[in-house]
Design a protein around this ligand. Structure first.
Ligand code: SAM
Length: 284
């Protein structure tokens, strides 16, 4: 699947910090209920080592003591470990393929539920809302936009982004098959673009943790892009199980550019709709 994560303790070359790292992640889970235990090892380790450096603790074990004693240090660790990078119409080819290959099928349904899992600060959600509106589907849709982080969800609800990003987003929008002037969707206010509130009329923002929470509805389409890349194989399998259970038959699953269904535990339950764009349809 996304990353061939080998458990450190089974690596040919032993990693002396693996035990300390596991201990940190277990302690953080016990103390704060925040679960990074099944995130991709190499990426977690790199980021934890950055905290060791910035917090000047010298070792992972000392970082653990600091994080357990100081919620602000925990906050900083959490920010380091959750990557929120996103953009509007990110990978425009994905949205173009969705528009051309999925939307015609969605139009046959009287009511649609879509789930954007790991929506970060909301740029992907507004992109989807714009696309659905242009396709005449927005009124019969309910979009569930979830993320594990409350911090990003409150930004997503506000829908206010730097004006400086609009040039890139306009280009993405056009490449994604956008049909209007992108500037119609926001008002500019000094340094910010404030997206039009009607775009979130049918959007429900909520906290949901893919590492622990259950399915909460049935969906015609699920987007989970650039999220599972940070998970290890066993968490990826869990999330695929969750999505399979949550998708209606012939529902669609959209993954990120570096993520694929190939070799995943659920590969046989889907057929590719646009392989390069990581769009799949549930067939069993
Ligand atoms: C790199 S962003 C991707 C945003 C967007 N989907 C995109 O493709 O632009 C990854 C998001 O996944 C969220 N995330 C990480 N772990 C998660 C979990 N266990 N459950 C839900 N969301 C999670 C992060 O908070 C972050 O906002």
């Amino acid at each position: 699947m996304v990353e061939d994560v080998k458990l450190p303790l089974r690596q040919a070359k032993p990693d002396p910090e693996a035990v300390e790292l596991r201990d940190l992640l277990e302690s953080v889970f016990d103390r704060y209920g925040v679960d990074f235990r099944d995130y991709a090892y190499s990426s977690v380790k790199r980021r934890v080592m950055r905290r060791v450096l910035d917090e000047k603790t010298g070792t992972i074990s000392a970082l653990k003591e600091k994080v357990l004693a100081d919620p602000l240090a925990m906050d900083r660790l959490q920010v380091e470990l959750t990557i929120h990078v996103t953009a509007m119409f990110r990978d425009p080819g994905f949205f173009r393929a969705f528009r051309e290959k999925v939307v015609p099928a969605l139009k046959t349904y009287p009511f649609l539920r879509l789930w954007v899992a790991g929506c970060s600060t909301g740029e992907e959600v507004y992109s989807l809302a714009i696309l659905l509106r242009e396709e005449g589907l927005h009124d019969r849709c309910r979009i569930y936009a979830t993320d594990v982080s409350d911090r990003v969800l409150s930004k997503a609800k506000a829908g206010i982004y730097p004006l400086s990003a609009m040039q890139e987003y306009t280009r993405n929008y056009q490449q994604a098959g956008g049909q209007h002037a992108f500037a119609e969707y926001y008002t500019a206010d000094s340094d910010f673009a404030i997206f039009r509130p009607f775009l979130r009329d049918n959007v429900l923002f909520a906290a949901h943790n893919l590492a622990g929470d259950a399915s909460f509805n049935e969906f015609n389409a699920i987007f989970c892009r650039n999220v599972m890349i940070y998970f290890n194989r066993s968490l990826q399998d869990r999330v695929h199980g969750l999505f399979h259970e949550s998708l209606l038959m012939y529902g669609y699953l959209g993954l990120g550019r570096s993520e694929t269904m190939r070799f995943s535990s659920h590969e046989n339950y889907y057929e590719p709709i646009a392989v390069k764009e990581r769009l799949y349809r549930k067939i069993k």
